[in-house]
Design a protein around this ligand. Structure first.
Ligand code: XUL
Length: 544
């Protein structure tokens, strides 16, 4: 640890776990000195989640108290580690899975201010909730509400122009509308609706945190041009909604300092708390994609493709336009059948030896990699539509795996088929994003550790692929955002290229280059895949 080092803490509250990354900033260099993940199913087992969620019919929710407990636990772990000096933590930020919402009654802020440091956090928060479960991004049960919102605002294309996305099932606005329709009493008892990101920021600061334009755009409630609440969208969603929402503020806003609970319980200093954002906007920073012309691909619970845009892009840019936490915008396309589909294929053909956590560097992924090495690009014409659960892109309301020329008993061919399908779907549905040419892809998330998967990506997209410097770019992005906001608050306005320089540069040895012969195979196969897809997914996701 260099003398004069300062430390910046980033969190990522994702679907399956809460991660923390600590960035050391010394005179001449910045580097990651600590990273750890609390896994919900394993480390907060008494909530009985599976992959971090509860499923009841088609409804998918998570317990907000589990997120609070994971944060409490992680702060304890950070306090006990020896790799950095806790007392020199200057600023903390974070990100969360997008769209998930937390419903609080009027007591919340007072309870946060007077938390008892001798007792665990989660138990003290029970009385603050007006709804004990949070709908999360995997929930697709709001089609009726989306249709009603689209109709009230002049159609899906108009909603996309206004908010950056057509009304979308997992987005927070339709979820709030459903809550109000089905449970008006508890909606009335709700004083504040937070996102996962702004909720956890509030717990750290001990006061209601704002929502940033990165995560706010995932609600169908924010005017994408002004990055402020869209009054018409609020009115089309639920009565009295404005009073129940936090303000929208710049992503680099300093909300306050760490509340006394954390200082007394764990010995943290009164570090600055910087507004949190969504996991995808945060990945943009953590993958170093702060200028145009590059694609980011996150292979996590969801697979996402995203890119930065300086100005407000044309709606055909991507299915969703969010604010970028660097200022400007980002386009995003999201696929629900990410790591869970890869695991379903792996487990079917090679039952896992022990504990699985979506990390393909683990032993149980060796057979999967071998299968990719032993099969050839194009899979001799065999294809799969890997919709192990309902899909977001393209919109597929009911799960269903379809095979073409693919023997269900052929393990290796099925492994190749799921990866080729995912990469071709990512490429076909993100053409607006890479329309102007893509110099390189930076891949992040658990499955980006797998070179064989990245080779298929490079060949399908016909470009070079690098693995992001940190496996969890979202979490690194949060630590970098804490550093940037801290410097800004001390009068040092750094360019974003300076902020990420030397920290997010993907290691050269992770480079995977496309193979010309394979590129030709996929050019043809992508068209056939699009045809196969349209036969089974009649409702295409609108690039309105
Ligand atoms: C993006 C989306 C997911 C979540 C979970 O729109 O729904 O990527 O952010 O990570």
């Amino acid at each position: 640890m260099a003398t004069g080092s300062r430390f910046f803490l980033g969190f990522d509250c994702s679907t399956q776990g809460l991660a923390a990354t600590v960035l050391e900033a010394a005179e001449k260099r910045r580097q990651v000195v600590f990273a750890h993940t609390v896994e919900f199913d394993r480390d907060c087992a008494h909530y009985h989640t599976r992959n971090g969620v509860w499923r009841s019919g088609n409804e998918v929710t998570s317990p907000p108290l589990m997120w609070a407990e994971a944060l409490d636990r992680m702060m304890g772990i950070l306090a006990r580690q020896r790799s950095f000096d806790l007392r020199r933590v200057k600023a903390i930020s974070g990100c969360g899975q997008q769209h998930g919402s937390v419903y609080l009654n009027p007591s919340a802020a007072a309870v946060w201010r007077s938390l008892d440091p001798d007792h665990e956090l989660a138990a003290q928060l029970e009385s603050t909730l007006s709804r004990d479960r949070s709908p999360v991004w995997l929930d697709e049960t709001t089609r009726a509400q989306c249709d009603a919102i689209d109709a009230a605002l002049g159609g899906a294309a108009a909603v996309k122009r206004l908010t950056g996305s057509a009304a979308t099932e997992r987005f927070t606005g339709p979820q709030i509308r459903k809550f109000h329709e089905l449970d008006p009493g508890r909606y009335d008892a709700t004083d504040r609706v937070h996102l996962v990101s702004s909720y956890l920021a509030s717990l750290l600061a001990g006061r209601h945190a704002p929502i940033d334009p990165g995560d706010g755009a995932g609600m169908n409630l924010m005017n994408i041009s002004s990055c402020q609440w869209a009054t018409r969208a609020l009115a089309a969603t639920a009565p009295g909604l404005r009073a129940r929402l936090p303000d929208i503020q710049d992503s680099w806003t300093i909300i306050g300092t760490l509340s006394p609970y954390w200082i007394t319980r764990y010995g943290f200093p009164a570090a600055q708390i910087v507004a949190w954002t969504g996991d995808n906007p945060s990945s943009l920073v953590g993958a170093g994609l702060v200028s145009e012309g590059h694609l980011g691909i996150s292979l996590g619970t969801s697979d996402t493709v995203f890119a930065f845009s300086r100005g407000l892009p044309d709606p055909s840019f991507a299915s969703h336009v969010f604010g970028s936490p660097t200022g400007g915008y980002m386009g995003l396309v999201c696929f629900k059948n990410g790591s869970l589909a890869r695991e379903a294929v792996r487990d079917r053909y090679e039952p896992a030896s022990s504990g699985r956590d979506g990390d393909p560097s683990r032993r149980e992924w060796e057979g999967f990699s071998r299968a990719l090495r032993e099969t050839s690009p194009g899979n001799h014409g065999a294809m799969m539509l890997p919709w192990f659960e309902p899909e977001i892109t393209p919109r597929v309301p009911a799960a269903g795996v379809h095979r073409s020329n693919l023997d269900p008993a052929d393990a290796s061919a099925n492994v190749r088929a799921v990866i080729e399908a995912q990469m071709m779907a990512l490429a076909n549905h993100s053409e607006g994003l890479s329309g102007g040419g893509c110099a390189r892809i930076v891949a992040t998330g658990g499955a980006s550790a797998n070179r064989e998967i990245l080779q298929v990506m490079a060949d399908v997209f016909d470009t070079r692929v690098f693995r992001s410097a940190e496996g969890n770019a979202a979490c690194l992005g949060a630590a970098l955002r804490a550093f940037h906001a801290h410097e800004l608050s001390h009068g040092r306005a750094l360019e974003w290229t300076e902020v990420v320089d030397g920290v997010t540069d993907p290691p050269l040895e992770t480079r995977v280059t496309q193979v010309t012969a394979h590129v030709a195979v996929y050019r043809d196969l992508r068209k056939r895949y699009a045809q196969f897809e349209s036969e089974h997914a009649p409702v295409r996701s609108p690039l309105l």
